[in-house]
Write a protein that binds this ligand. Structure first.
Ligand SMILES: NC(=O)C1=CN([C@@H]2O[C@H](COP(=O)(O)OP(=O)(O)OC[C@H]3O[C@@H](n4cnc5c(N)ncnc54)[C@H](O)[C@@H]3O)[C@@H](O)[C@H]2O)C=CC1
Ligand SMILES: CC(=O)C(=O)O
Ligand SMILES: [Mg+2]
Length: 372
């Protein structure tokens, strides 16, 4: 199969969908690989690394979209990329469709078959293609939040770990999944006093058993949130209902009760955000203030560390990429219900229930899509 990997064009996005290692593996399995010139540069992979892996280099994204049967990317296609997609082509990337009606409509209209990394599942209830980027974003969240807490950056001027005689920052993490766990670990490691909220008692038990006294856990409810938000110097939003728009857990009225200059890091912004006052920002201009509360809402946080993030993503996507290229999407999705859970759009139909629910659009069951 012809696999194509364009350069990412989202502002400040330096990750790449295919590592030279993955290209080498695909070529070894008999596939042809076409990579846009310069696609890997931001992650530290030059064209020669891809050529050495057996790939060809394309001069433009147009060539990739025209030739590739399977397009592999990192971020959702932007409008100019969506215009190049066509029926019969398979797109394998993050999509985050629930909060994005324009993208949803244009992907449906294009006829493409789109498999979203973030809704592929595994047999332990996890999201194996979201997890590596959640690990990265979770570890970045306290580091970036600490930057936003600095006075010169508009924050409250609180040091995460405090100093002898002065208490540490209070960090509240809402959602104890992959992002939340990694954020809590790093914030606690920086010396902050950390509390993690989740609605899953099982998850809270696992965190307690694994991390002991490094941070506290509380059951997530409106009451607990109301109690803890007033004290927080930093709140990390890390909830997820897979595929769906994030629930709004902190309302604008709640900001008035918070400490002036406190920081909200809304990692869940790619699913619409879990703070009512959030809107997506970019690495170029990551922070804005509402009612004196700092908001960090970058929707592609791992793009800040493209080398680490590309390697981590490439490790996770490789087996699915090889299955899609080796068997074709239809057989690969028929054989693997977890990959099938990633199918979001096919031949003019939406095929993801959570997105359909969010946008009020009819959904074709992924099972039926295999026959369409
Ligand atoms: N901004 C960015 O660059 C990135 C954003 N993300 C996003 O971060 C979010 C979290 O991802 P993961 O940690 O991988 O998900 P996950 O599924 O591992 O964890 C989500 C947790 O939220 C909990 N939860 C759901 N509703 C809740 C509520 N009302 N109160 C408290 N907890 C609640 C769930 O029980 C679960 O433990 C997702 O929206 C994901 O797309 C992930 C990577 C990068
Ligand atoms: C998960 C995601 O959206 C990202 O890594 O940018
Ligand atoms: Mg994102």
């Amino acid at each position: 199969m012809q696999i194509g990997c364009p350069r990412e064009i989202k502002p400040q996005e330096f990750r790449v969908g295919l590592t030279p290692n993955a290209a080498r593996e695909a070529v070894a399995h008999g596939h042809a690989v076409l990579v846009e010139t310069g696609a890997g540069l931001g992650a530290g992979f030059d064209d020669d690394a891809y050529i050495a892996a057996g790939a060809r280099i394309a001069a433009s994204a147009d060539e990739i979209f025209a030739e590739a049967e399977l397009v592999v990317k990192v971020k959702e296609p932007l409008a100019q990329e969506r215009r190049r997609l066509r029926e019969g082509q398979v797109l394998f990337t993050y999509l985050h469709l629930a909060p994005d009606p324009d993208q949803t409509r244009e992907l449906i209209d294009s006829g493409v078959t789109a498999i979203a990394y973030e809704t592929v599942t595994d047999d332990r209830g996890g999201l194996p293609l979201l997890a590596p980027m959640s690990e990265v974003a979770g570890r970045l969240a306290p580091q970036l939040g600490a930057w936003a807490l600095q006075k010169a950056n508009g924050g409250r001027g609180v040091l995460m770990g405090g100093v002898p005689g002065v208490g540490p920052a209070e960090v509240l993490v809402i959602g104890g999944g992959v992002v939340g766990t990694h954020a809590a670990r790093i914030a606690a490691g920086m010396g902050a006093r950390v509390t993690v909220l989740d609605r899953s008692l099982l998850r809270l038990r696992q965190l307690d058993e694994t991390f002991g006294a490094a941070f506290s856990t509380r059951y997530s409810s409106e009451g607990t949130l109301a109690e803890l938000i007033d004290r927080a110097d930093m709140v990390v939003g890390a909830v997820l209902i897979p595929g769906a728009t994030a629930p709004k857990l902190v309302r604008r009225a709640d900001l008035a009760r918070m400490k002036p200059g406190a920081v909200l890091v809304d990692v869940a912004i790619d699913q619409g955000g879990c703070f009512e006052t959030s809107h997506p920002t970019t690495h170029e201009d990551p922070v804005f203030s509402v009612d004196g509360i700092q908001h960090y809402c970058v929707a592609n946080m791992p793009g800040a560390v493209p080398r680490s993030a590309t390697l981590a993503l490439g490790n996770a996507t490789m087996p699915f990429l090889l299955a899609l290229a080796g068997k074709g999407w239809r057989q690969a999705c028929a054989d693997d219900p977890h990959l099938r859970a990633g199918l979001n759009v096919h031949a003019g139909h939406l095929t993801c229930y959570a997105v359909g629910l969010a946008q009020g659009i009819d959904v074709l069951s992924p099972h039926l899509a295999l026959k369409a």
